[in-house]
Design a protein around this ligand. Structure first.
Ligand code: 13P
Length: 313
């Protein structure tokens, strides 16, 4: 079974580096992605277990005041990026077209992408059938054109807009069905193995209801990710469910014992060394993984952007 994951979306919070540092410390656990504001990304370089994420990414470097590109994020140690969050679609006018462009660029640079979709209150009122249609439409519009070879780096976050920050949550079994629909729609585009997260008013009390659904691969947590006790509890519940009571370093890399030979040759000192390996090796492995160079995009999306900017003039 794949481990479930928690993505902490801090949005435009917190206010100070001290608070950010504290939150990074609390959330630095296995199977967690911390999508911090750009301002605090440098603090996330110290993370041992959690992965550093961002909340948006522009296509590429250049004369784009106020933007931060995927290329820059990779250099800053970011591994995943949230794209097309409903708040970006609503307040910043992001379109499906731009989101697909951003996703392609981010994937080309080696980032994993978390693409957000979800129906509005009006679409919700139009009924369940409509919700299904909306989901299919959103998946097609937000993922069309993404090369199938990138499937493994794509996550869709299903966040009904009416559930974000409202305290109102949908029925977890309905969400399980929707997650299934998202996956089958992605498959119809050639994208197999896409993960699906649920987001919207997740807290320490309701998280296990969603995490226990087989088609839901994890949670995108907003408000509760800013409250130490809440996020600590959510992460603990998730990792207990994953069966990972201990951090990844103790579980994924077994101690290299090769006992027979080594014990014969060694002394008691040898035993201590074996013990040491258990904690050190995985950290090395992690460092190696992080050091993997990002892919260079074959074709820079920058030229496209430049062209469209020129046209507008
Ligand atoms: P809340 O958890 O605060 O409802 O926010 C959800 C969200 O938008 C995460 O991206």
């Amino acid at each position: 079974m794949k481990p479930k994951i928690i993505v902490a979306n801090w949005k435009c919070n917190p206010e100070s580096s001290q608070e950010a540092q504290k939150l990074f410390g609390i959330s630095d656990k296995k199977n967690v992605v911390i999508a911090a504001p750009y301002l605090f990304l440098h603090l996330g370089k110290e993370l041992t277990y959690a992965q550093l994420g961002a909340q948006d990414a522009f296509l590429d470097n250049g004369a784009f005041t106020g933007e931060v590109s995927s290329r820059q994020l990779v250099k800053a140690g970011v591994k995943s990026v949230i794209l097309g969050h409903s708040e970006r679609r609503i307040y910043f006018g992001e379109t499906d077209e731009l989101i697909v462009q951003k996703a392609k660029a981010a994937l080309d640079f080696g980032l994993s992408v978390i693409i957000c979709i979800g129906e509005s209150q009006r679409e919700r009122e139009e009924g369940t059938m409509m919700a299904g249609r909306t989901i299919r439409r959103d998946v097609i519009n937000s993922l069309s054109g993404i090369p199938p070879k990138r499937s493994g780096k794509i996550t869709v976050a299903y966040e009904p807009i009416w559930a974000i920050g409202t305290g109102e949550t949908p029925n977890p079994t309905d969400i399980n069905e929707r997650a299934k629909l998202i996956k089958s729609t992605a498959e119809s585009l050639g994208l197999f193995g896409v993960n699906v997260l649920y987001g919207g008013s997740v807290d320490e009390n309701n998280c296990s209801d969603f995490l226990n659904q087989p088609e839901i691969d994890g949670l995108l947590v907003g408000g509760a990710s800013l409250v130490s006790e809440k996020i600590a509890k959510i992460i603990k519940i998730m990792n207990n469910l994953n069966g990972d009571i201990y951090p990844v370093v103790h579980k994924e890399v077994p101690a290299k014992t090769k006992p027979a030979k080594e014990v014969k040759r060694g002394t008691t000192k040898k035993k201590t060394e074996t013990k040491k390996t258990v904690t050190l090796k995985p950290k090395k492995a992690l460092a190696k993984k992080q050091a993997k160079p990002a892919l260079k995009p074959k074709k820079s999306p920058f030229s496209k952007v430049k062209k469209s900017v020129k046209k507008k003039k």
